[in-house]
Design a protein around this ligand. Structure first.
Ligand SMILES: Nc1ncnc2c1ncn2[C@@H]1O[C@H](COP(=O)(O)OP(=O)(O)OP(=O)(O)O)[C@@H](O)[C@H]1O
Ligand SMILES: [Mg+2]
Length: 321
């Protein structure tokens, strides 16, 4: 087997909770609490789960933007923590992120051309006319007219702004992009166009995506595999079609049953009751047990082990995989 592009092993990212004038640490938000998964070159993995379960934190941690509490992230077999100097710079170029809200992530005082070529400028790549040419080429790649290169973010539509963000991410020729809810803020009609652009770019440049979304339909369209996260942990991971058609974890079933599907008029709906517990004091055993309709006494006592068959993994006492 070839080395995965990205390999996450028992990753924990905890945010300290500070208290009082002495700023003592009185606990931790366990935003990511022991996640392991691989992403192959050219592959897209969807990451789904309720708000606050740790998706963004996981995405940021694999890009080296969050302090790791324990565990490792390997990029092409090398531990990120060991990257230094030129190698670190190189890796920073190769891994990029696209955010949900392009308005917040684009400087309103910069023109489209400046925004698109900012990364090139920061890394001291290309100068003057050739940078302008590169910007025009990048704008073309994402379907923006070169004539609009002197316009400012507010003069573009939401979808076009997201195209600018995508062009920015592409400018440094990345191999891996964390897409954090890239279409959630867009109109449904525009969502499909941006998703199709991401797919097109993936094929053209052999990109890998970690695609964070709460929309399972969108994930199914773009990702080959999907990872389901609950309270900082992965509860299920496998091929999109398999996980969505034959989910093994009660949480995945609940997530899926919240998605309206044409043609489904009856059938059992397992709706989630209660809120996501606090990640500062996660429940004992299986983190989902207080909300699980099938929980048994052992679920509160012991964390279920990860069991995997034919690439479909699950952490549930009731499911042997
Ligand atoms: N910088 C931070 N300091 C303290 N706590 C944080 C920080 N960033 C995130 N958290 C907490 O970590 C947990 C996970 O947050 P995260 O943003 O990763 O969730 P998410 O799955 O991306 O949610 P959403 O779907 O709403 O974007 C939350 O409880 C959040 O409050
Ligand atoms: Mg998020």
């Amino acid at each position: 087997m070839t080395e995965p592009l990205l390999s996450i092993d028992s990753l924990q990212v905890w945010f300290p909770l500070r208290h009082g004038i002495l700023n003592r640490v009185r606990g931790y938000v366990r935003a990511v609490d022991g996640v392991s998964m691989d992403i192959a070159a050219g592959e897209t993995v969807g990451l789904v789960g309720e708000s606050g379960c740790g998706k963004t934190t996981l995405g940021r941690a694999v890009l080296g933007l969050e302090k790791i509490h324990s565990g490792t992230v390997r990029y092409n077999g090398r531990d990120l923590a060991t990257f230094k100097g030129a190698e670190k710079l190189q890796w920073r170029r190769r891994c990029q992120m696209i955010f949900q809200d392009p308005f917040a992530s684009l400087n309103p005082r910069m023109t489209a051309m400046e925004l698109v070529s900012e990364g090139l400028a920061q890394h001291g790549l290309l100068k003057g006319v050739s940078r302008e040419e590169a910007a025009i080429e990048l704008m073309g790649e994402v379907g923006l007219d070169a004539e609009s290169r002197l316009r400012y973010p507010h003069e573009f539509s939401g979808g076009q702004r997201q195209r600018i963000s995508i062009a920015r991410a592409l400018s440094l020729k990345p191999e891996f992009i964390v897409c954090d809810e890239p279409v959630s803020a867009l109109d449904v009609s525009v969502q499909a166009q941006v998703i199709n652009l991401l797919i097109e770019l993936r094929e053209r440049h052999r990109l890998s995506y970690l695609f964070i979304s709460h929309d399972l339909g969108v994930v199914r369209h773009i990702a080959e595999r999907v990872a389901v996260m609950y309270l900082g942990r992965l509860v299920e991971c496998g091929g999109c079609a398999e996980v969505m058609e034959a989910p093994k974890h009660p949480y995945t079933r609940a997530l899926l049953s919240a998605v309206p599907r044409p043609g489904r008029t009856s059938g059992k709906r397992e709706l989630l009751s209660g809120d996501l517990p606090s990640p500062t004091a996660p429940p004992s055993g299986c983190p989902f047990h207080p909300r699980c309709p099938m929980a048994r006494p052992e679920c509160a006592r012991e964390a279920p082990p990860w069991r995997e068959t034919k690439g479909h993994g699950v952490a549930c006492h009731l499911n042997g995989g």
